[in-house]
Design a protein around this ligand. Structure first.
Ligand code: C2E
Ligand code: CA
Ligand code: CA
Length: 616
C-alpha cells in the first residue's frame, strides 16, 4: 500500500528533478560552446559544434510538460518564451559571418540572456529539491507506523535516488567547470594567462561603480615595452613570448592581490588599481612597477636589456568613466614614450596641447593592429606602348568614424609618435601578400612600397623584408622599395648601406620625389639604385613652366646616362605624356592613366582598360 505509493512518488520526484537538472546542464553546455565559438571569432570549424547544441533544452522542456504534471507544465510555459528567444538569438549568431560586428552583437545578447535563463532553470531545480525534502520528511513520519520491510524498500529507493542525484550534480559541476574554463579562455590572454582587454574593461567598470560610493580612487597604468620588436625580430618569436611571460610574472609579483594585471595585446600591458588612497601614490607605484619589469631578462643565454614606458590616469580626478580612464592612460603612455620619461601621469594640458595628434596616434596604433589600414594601388605604365609595368601601393586609413583618410592626415604623426615602423611593416605585409595573391591568379604585377628613412635604417629591416617575401612565396624582384630623396641627403653613407642590403636580397630600389632632395652625383653613381622617380611637382607643371620642363629633361638624361630606370609621376594629361615620350622617359604614373584604387577595382580596371596588358 503506502510503501509502493511512496516508492512511486519518490521515483516521480526523482525523474522530474533529474529533468530540471538536465535542462540546466544542457543550457550550461550551450553557453560554454557559445563562448568557445565567440572566443575564436566565430570560426567555421566550431560552428557545427554550436549548431549541434542549440535548442538542446527543448527536449527536456517537452518531457517536463508532458510527464511532470500541471505545476511543472506551468513553469515550463513561463520558461518557454524566454528559451525560444535565446534559441532565436543563437541562430542569429550562427548565421553571422566570422569576426563580424553582427557576431559580436548577437553573441553578447545571447550571453546576457543566458544569465537570466540559467537563474530561472536553477530556481526550478531548487524548487524541486525543496519539495522533495519536504515530502521525505512527511514520508519519514508515516513510515514510523510501517513494517520494517517497507522501510527497507524506501531506504533502497532513497539510496538509489541519492546516488543518481550525486551523479547528476557531479555532471552539472563538470559542465559548469567546463563552462567556466571556456569563460576563462574568453577573458584571459592565452600566452600569459593575464586578464585580457575585455576582462580589464569589466573590472574597470566594477571598480568605478564601487569608487563612486566611497571616496576611494581608481588608478590605471598602461605599460608598453620599448624595443620589444627588436628582441622579437632578432631572437625570434619564441624568445619574444618568453620575455612577455617574464614581464607578466613580474607585474603580478609587484602588484597587490586586488589589482588586475592585463595584457592588451602585443607588448602592451595594464594594471588596474581599484582602490587607492591618494593621487600622490600613483607616480611612485608606476615607477616601482616599471623598475621591476625593467630588470634584464636572460634569453637564450644572453642578458637582454629592455625598457618600458608607463602611462597613468586616475578616476575621478581626470577621467569621468572607464573609457576615458583607458584613453587618458594611453595618452599619458605616448607622452612618456615620446619624451622618454619612463613614467607619465595623465595631464589634461598635454592633451589640450596637441589633442588631435595624441588621439590620432592612439587610434592609429589600434587600427594598425586591427587591420584598418588598406592599400590603394596606382598603375605604372610604359610610355612606349602603355603596357602595365607594376603598381605603387599607397596607404589609406579606414578610420572607424572619419572615413577613408589619406596619408597626409596621419603619416607625419605616425613618424613623430614612433609607430612608423609598425605602419611600414603592416603596409609591406599587405602589399607582399597582395603580390602573392596576384601571382596565384597568374598576374605578374610588381608592387612598389614607400618607406621612410627611419624604417629603412632600422637594422632589422632587410631581415624582416626577406621573411615576409618568403612567407608569401613572392619573388624579391616583384618588390620595389621607394625611398624619398630627402631621406638620402640626411645620411648618405647609411642610406647607401641600407639600400645595398635590400638590393642584395634581390629587391629593387627607387629614389622617390627625385629632384626635391640633394643627393649628390657620386651617391647616385655608387649607390646603384634601379630607378629614379621624378617628383610630381616638376611633372604636373612642366607644360606651362619652362624651368620645370628643362629640369625634367635633365633628370631623364641623367638617369639614362647612368643606365638607371626613370619614371615620371603626376602625369595629368595627354600632352605631358607625349612631351615625356619625346624626352625619352620610359615610364609614367598619374591621374591621366589611372587614379590609385583598391585591389578589386584595379582588376576591373585591368579588364576594361588594359585587357591582355599584363605579362602572364
Ligand atoms: P608619393 O610617394 O609621391 O605618392 C604619389 C602621390 O601622388 C599619391 O598621393 C598619389 O595619389 C598622388 N598622385 C598620383 N597621380 C597623381 C597625379 O596625376 N597628380 C597629382 N597631383 N597627384 C597624383 P597619396 O596616396 O596621397 O600619397 C601621398 C604621399 O604619402 C606619398 O607620396 C608618399 O610619400 C606617402 N605615402 C603613401 N603611402 C605610403 C606608405 O605606405 N608608406 C609611407 N612611408 N609613405 C606613404
Ligand atoms: Ca612613392
Ligand atoms: Ca613621389
Amino acid at each position: 500500500g503506502l510503501s509502493q505509493d511512496t516508492t512511486a512518488r519518490v521515483r516521480a520526484f526523482n525523474e522530474v528533478s533529474a529533468r530540471w537538472n538536465l535542462a540546466f546542464t544542457h543550457l550550461s553546455t550551450e553557453d560554454a560552446v557559445l563562448r568557445e565559438f565567440l572566443a575564436t571569432g566565430g570560426s567555421v570549424h566550431k560552428r557545427q559544434t554550436l549548431r549541434d547544441v542549440v535548442g538542446s533544452v527543448n527536449a527536456d522542456l517537452e518531457w517536463l510538460e508532458h510527464h511532470g504534471g500541471r505545476i511543472e507544465a506551468e513553469h515550463v510555459a513561463m520558461l518557454r518564451v524566454e528559451y525560444d528567444g535565446y534559441t532565436k538569438v543563437m541562430e542569429f549568431v550562427l548565421s553571422s559571418p566570422e569576426k563580424s560586428e553582427r557576431l559580436t552583437v548577437y553573441g553578447d545578447l545571447a550571453l546576457m540572456e543566458f544569465g537570466s535563463l540559467r537563474a530561472q532553470i536553477g530556481a526550478n531545480v531548487e524548487r524541486k529539491q525543496r519539495e522533495f525534502v519536504q515530502y521525505l520528511v512527511g514520508v519519514d513520519q508515516d513510515n514510523l507506523r510501517l513494517r520494517w520491510g517497507a522501510v527497507a524498500v524506501v531506504a533502497v529507493d532513497l539510496l538509489l535516488c541519492i546516488a543518481s542525484m550525486v551523479v547528476l550534480v557531479t555532471y552539472q559541476r563538470r559542465a559548469e567547470r567546463e563552462a567556466s574554463s571556456s569563460r576563462h579562455q574568453a577573458l584571459h590572454d592565452a600566452l600569459t594567462g593575464l586578464a585580457n582587454r575585455q576582462l580589464l574593461a569589466d573590472r574597470i567598470e566594477i571598480a568605478i561603480r564601487e569608487a563612486d560610493h566611497t571616496d576611494r580612487l581608481v588608478g590605471l597604468l598602461l605599460i608598453d615595452l620599448d624595443r620589444f620588436k627588436i628582441v622579437n625580430d632578432t631572437l625570434g618569436h619564441h624568445y619574444g613570448d618568453v620575455l612577455l611571460c617574464q614581464v607578466a610574472e613580474r607585474l603580478i609579483g609587484s602588484s597587490r592581490k586586488t589589482d588586475t594585471v592585463a595584457r592588451l595585446g602585443g607588448d602592451e600591458f595594464a594594471v588596474l588599481l581599484p582602490d587607492m588612497d591618494s593621487v600622490e601614490d600613483l607616480p611612485q607605484i608606476a615607477e616601482e612597477l616599471r623598475r621591476a619589469i625593467q630588470q634584464p631578462v636572460e634569453l637564450n643565454g644572453m642578458l637582454v636589456d629592455f625598457g618600458a614606458s608607463v602611462g597613468a590616469s586616475i578616476f575621478p580626478r581626470d577621467s569621468f568613466d572607464g573609457e576615458e580612464l583607458l584613453r587618458h592612460a594611453d595618452v599619458a603612455m605616448y607622452v612618456a614614450k615620446r619624451g622618454g620619461f619612463g613614467v607619465n601621469v595623465y595631464d589634461p594640458r598635454s592633451d589640450v596641447h596637441d589633442p588631435m595628434a595624441l588621439s590620432i596616434l592612439s587610434e592609429l596604433r589600434h587600427s594598425i593592429n586591427h587591420g584598418h589600414l588598406v592599400l590603394y594601388y596606382q598603375p605604372k605604365v610604359a610610355v612606349a606602348d602603355r603596357s602595365l609595368l607594376g603598381v605603387e601601393a599607397l596607404v589609406r586609413w579606414q578610420h572607424p568614424s572619419r572615413g577613408l583618410l589619406a596619408p597626409d592626415a596621419f603619416l607625419a604623426i605616425a613618424e613623430r609618435g614612433e609607430i612608423i615602423e609598425e605602419l611600414t611593416d603592416e603596409v609591406l605585409r599587405i602589399a607582399i601578400s597582395q603580390a602573392g595573391a596576384w601571382a596565384g591568379l597568374g598576374l605578374r604585377l610588381p608592387v612598389s612600397v614607400n618607406v621612410t628613412a627611419r624604417s629603412l635604417l632600422d637594422p632589422t629591416f632587410s631581415t624582416r623584408l626577406a621573411q615576409l617575401l618568403e612567407q608569401h612565396g613572392v619573388s624579391p624582384d616583384m618588390l620595389t622599395i621607394e625611398l624619398p630623396e630627402s631621406a638620402i641627403s640626411a645620411d648618405p653613407a647609411l642610406a647607401a648601406k641600407a639600400l645595398q642590403e635590400i638590393r642584395t636580397l634581390g629587391v629593387r630600389a627607387s629614389i622617390d620625389d627625385f629632384g626635391t632632395g640633394f643627393s649628390s652625383m657620386t651617391f647616385l653613381r655608387d649607390a646603384a639604385v634601379d630607378e629614379l622617380k621624378i617628383d610630381r611637382g616638376f611633372v604636373t607643371t612642366m607644360r606651362t613652366d619652362e624651368r620645370n620642363h628643362v629640369l625634367v629633361k635633365t633628370m631623364i638624361l641623367m638617369a639614362r646616362t647612368m643606365a638607371v630606370g626613370v619614371i615620371a609621376e603626376g602625369v595629368e594629361d595627354e600632352l605631358t605624356l607625349e612631351t615625356l615620350s619625346g624626352l625619352g622617359c620610359q615610364a609614367v604614373q598619374g591621374y591621366h592613366i589611372c587614379e590609385p584604387m583598391p585591389a578589386e577595382a584595379l582588376s576591373r580596371w585591368l579588364d576594361r582598360c588594359a585587357p591582355g596588358m599584363v605579362v602572364l
